[in-house]
Design a protein around this ligand. Structure first.
Ligand SMILES: C[S@@+](CC[C@H](N)C(=O)[O-])C[C@H]1O[C@@H](n2cnc3c(N)ncnc32)[C@H](O)[C@@H]1O
Length: 220
């Protein structure tokens, strides 16, 4: 169902364990990302439901629990990641169901969650068709907000990556947008950007957008 080989880089057992370990071990990056998430979600009531998709090994699900969210759910397409996430959440005493789910076709009813949180997935999508499919799914299952990360084309790290590829050509695995381009993609899915937070403006490429599904204000 996922059309492009570069994106369909599945996390098997060993890769999932390596990713989980590497991400958590990169302490400064993890802290920076956790601070970005805390900033983006500062206005969200802690008793609203929130789906962490993709959860990977539940790194950010644990951060969301630390931030005080009590109605958490998590999902990922990789069975190995789902297993790691379940183990991590059980170890941490966090009560959150973890579902095996593909973001292209989510097994959830319309407006199932107040908030859908999509961290470090979007930049892997190689085509606008795929971006549109997934954004439409996130918008469909979110009642109040979609909180979603992307990589900013204008940042130092994005420009450095592009420059390095001039000398060492290889298939791109990270795709970037400008804030304007990203807002336009969200608008096509019926999502209106209300805030766009940078981890460190124009240096780090990671940004986290808070968007409202059109009509959400009328149907709180
Ligand atoms: C870079 S990791 C990010 C995980 C987590 N959000 C974090 O920051 O630690 C990307 C995750 O996306 C998952 N993934 C890739 N394609 C997916 C899809 N179509 N639906 C759901 N999850 C997907 C992978 O299995 C992997 O766990």
């Amino acid at each position: 169902m996922i059309p492009d080989a570069t994106y369909r880089k599945h996390y098997g057992d060993a890769q999932a364990r390596h990713y989980a370990h590497a991400k958590q071990a990169a302490v400064a990056t993890h802290r920076g990302e956790a601070a970005l998430v805390a900033r983006a979600l500062s206005d969200v009531a802690r008793d609203e439901s929130l789906l962490d998709l993709p959860c990977g090994a539940a790194r950010m699900t644990a951060v969301l629990a630390q931030l005080g969210f009590t109605k958490l759910a998590a999902a990922d397409v990789s069975p190995a990641m789902v297993e790691l996430a379940r183990a991590r959440l059980a170890d941490d005493g966090i009560d959150a169901p973890v579902t095996l789910a593909d973001a292209e076709r989510l097994p959830f009813a319309d407006r199932s969650f107040d908030n859908v949180f999509c961290f470090r997935l979007f930049h892997h999508f190689p085509s606008d068709a795929l971006r549109a499919t997934v954004l439409a799914e996130l918008a469909r299952v979110a009642r109040k907000r979609v909180v979603i990360s992307y990589l900013d084309t204008r940042s130092f790290t994005s420009r450095k990556r592009a420059f390095e590829r001039l000398f060492r050509p290889r298939p791109a695995s990270k795709f970037t947008q400008t804030p304007r381009e990203f807002a336009a993609l969200l608008a096509q899915a019926g999502l209106e950007v209300v805030a766009d937070h940078a981890r460190l403006p124009l240096w780090h490429s990671l940004r986290l957008v808070v968007a409202h599904p059109r009509g959400a204000a009328r149907n709180p």
